[in-house]
Design a protein around this ligand. Structure first.
Ligand code: PGA
Length: 254
């Protein structure tokens, strides 16, 4: 599980990668230093097809491994789905739930995301719960209302810093090269922190709040220095060792 005292840098490979992609792990290991690992935990979230191989390959390496989705039930007649129990059985550490691409492509509601997070918790996985506003919602001045609603609607009642990570990812910033201003990120993260502490007390102070959406080597240090930004969920820039290392190397001192 990710340490609450360190930054968490998680790479979401989305629907990318084949067996050949696993060679990036060797390149990553060449670049990651003990100084980097003092500052951060590094997580890789490959597609389901690579999970088992990646878990084997990183068994003695300092990487956490996450999946990108799970079903809300433990087992049963759900063709094509994968349960949290199955992910844990493989040795997976975490699972992303409620990514905006799943909310949009698969009609996942807050209730569904909450049920998936509960299933993740029940099977000892850290749930990385994603929330974020669309461009229309931002332009209508609804950002704080939307993300607050998504957070309270998607979070199980009993969350801890060990079993829950929240990722704020504005939909319009994902894969577009556009990033909100530092002030805008700070405002959202402050708001999320207040909700977490009012619901969970001290534990809410320790839950990782990640920012995601067009994070790269050139903007990571700036974004990670914002108060209540405890890490990043990285898509495109996590696909090559060179780009991912540029982010890993930008993580500030704690
Ligand atoms: P991006 O994706 O870094 O490619 O913008 C982030 C995400 O969707 O997790």
């Amino acid at each position: 599980m990710a340490s609450p005292e360190k930054y968490l840098i998680a790479g979401n490979w989305k629907m990318n990668g084949t067996l050949a992609s696993l060679s990036m792990i060797d390149e990553l290991m060449k670049g990651v230093s003990s100084r980097d690992l003092q500052r951060q935990d590094i997580m890789l979230c490959p597609p389901f097809t690579l999970l088992s191989r990646l878990i084997d390959k990183t068994a003695t390496l300092p990487f956490l491994i996450g999946a990108q989705d799970c079903h809300m039930q433990e087992k049963g007649a759900h063709t094509g789905d994968i349960s949290a129990a199955m992910l844990r059985d493989l040795g997976t550490d975490a699972v992303i739930v409620g990514h905006s691409e799943r909310r949009a492509d698969h009609g996942e509601t807050n209730e569904i995301v909450q049920a998936k997070a509960e299933s993740a918790h029940a099977h000892d996985l850290t749930a990385i719960i994603c929330i974020g506003e669309t461009l229309d919602q931002r332009e209508a001045g609804q950002t704080l209302a939307v993300v607050s609603d998504q957070l309270t609607g998607s979070m199980p009642a009993l969350c801890t810093a060990a079993n829950t990570v929240i990722a704020y990812e504005p939909v319009w910033a994902i894969g577009t090269g556009k990033v909100p201003s530092n002030d805008d990120i700070a405002l959202v993260h402050q708001n999320l922190r207040e909700i977490l502490t009012s619901r969970l007390g001290e534990e809410g102070e320790r839950i990782h709040l990640l920012y995601g959406g067009s994070v790269k080597g050139s903007n990571a240090a700036d974004i990670l220095s914002i108060e209540h930004v405890n890490g990043a969920l990285v898509g495109g820039a996590s696909l090559t060792a060179k780009d991912f290392l540029a982010i890993i190397k930008s993580v500030p001192e704690l």
